[in-house]
Write a protein that binds this ligand. Structure first.
Ligand SMILES: [Mn+2]
Length: 293
């Protein structure tokens, strides 16, 4: 594969720290060279966006809404350019708020878009109900149109539930406590426990379901799908979660499919990883998954 690595150091909290530093830290840990051991890999730099302000928007109720929409427009433009150039985009966050830009690019370039969403959380909070106000709590619900944010075309619905699969969410109890609806029952859905012991078969089943409705689809990996003893450098840890071997297997199954149009990798927080050992594990995972493709 010819892979273009694009950084999107956006933190939905409206700050330039934490996950915003993820792309820089992963590059420093050798991301591009290690991915390049099995594929032709080019670093195409970072998306630019307006200065984030950690205040909730009046209408959208999301933090840093101007930075968010300018980031999404840039992610879309750059991912479109990568796809148009015939390369495979690897979008490195930042947090999950970067995803809608990639989905919009996939739809405009390929005329169809599905999503294999691998995440410890469902990310479908209605913005006004989100306790944090972070777009990274909300992006999947917005992309599906089950919730909305009055903030412009960048967060308009782009996905259909029949072309979407969720792997690894484990925040059902928290959603129930807050009276927030779960996506379970409305699309292909398997918690971390349900994936246990059958990760590859589950991924194949999820992809087959997506491909009945969308010939091209995006792979999104929020690293908080992992258990905390596998990766601790995330902002919102929870009990449970996958092991590195499981995530590697799942990722390789997805990347081998010709329908997979791009890959995002989000939520690593280098501020929680002083000696860089977590960055090393992430880079090792990328290398291993790509070596299996
Ligand atoms: Mn997420």
């Amino acid at each position: 594969m010819r892979i273009d690595v694009l950084g999107a150091g956006f933190n939905s909290a409206g700050v330039r720290t934490g996950v915003a530093r993820g792309p820089h830290a992963l590059r420093r840990a050798g991301l591009v060279a290690r991915a390049g051991l099995s594929h032709e890999v080019r670093d195409v730099g970072d998306v630019a966006f307006s200065e984030p302000v950690p205040r909730r928007g009046e209408a959208s109720r999301l933090l840093a809404e101007q930075a968010l929409t300018s980031m999404l427009a840039e992610v879309r433009r750059k991912v479109e350019a990568i796809m148009a150039g015939g390369a495979f985009p690897l979008l490195v966050g930042g947090d999950c708020a970067v995803l809608p830009g990639a989905l919009a690019a996939c739809r405009s370039v390929h005329g169809s878009v599905g999503l294999l969403f691998v995440d410890g959380h469902e990310d479908a909070w209605p913005p006004a109900d989100s306790t944090t106000g972070e777009a990274a709590d909300c992006e999947l619900g917005l992309a599906l149109g089950v919730t909305s944010a009055d903030v412009g075309p960048e967060l308009a619905p782009v996905l259909r539930p029949e072309a979407t699969a969720l792997l690894g969410p484990r925040d059902g109890e928290e959603l129930r406590e807050h009276g927030v609806g779960s996506l379970r029952g409305s699309l292909w859905f398997a918690t971390d426990r349900e994936l246990s012991g059958r990760v590859a078969a589950s991924a194949e089943d999820a992809i087959a379901t997506i491909e009945r409705s969308a010939s091209r689809w995006w792979l999104h990996v929020d690293l908080d799908v992992l258990a905390t003893d596998q990766l601790a450098a995330v902002d919102y840890p929870q009990p449970g979660g996958l092991r590195w071997e499981e995530l590697t297997e799942l990722t390789a199954v997805a990347l081998r499919r010709p329908g997979c149009a791009g890959w995002s990798l989000t939520i690593y927080n280098p501020d929680l990883d002083e000696d860089g050992h977590e960055a090393e594990r992430i880079v090792g995972y990328v290398e291993q998954a790509l070596a299996l493709v």
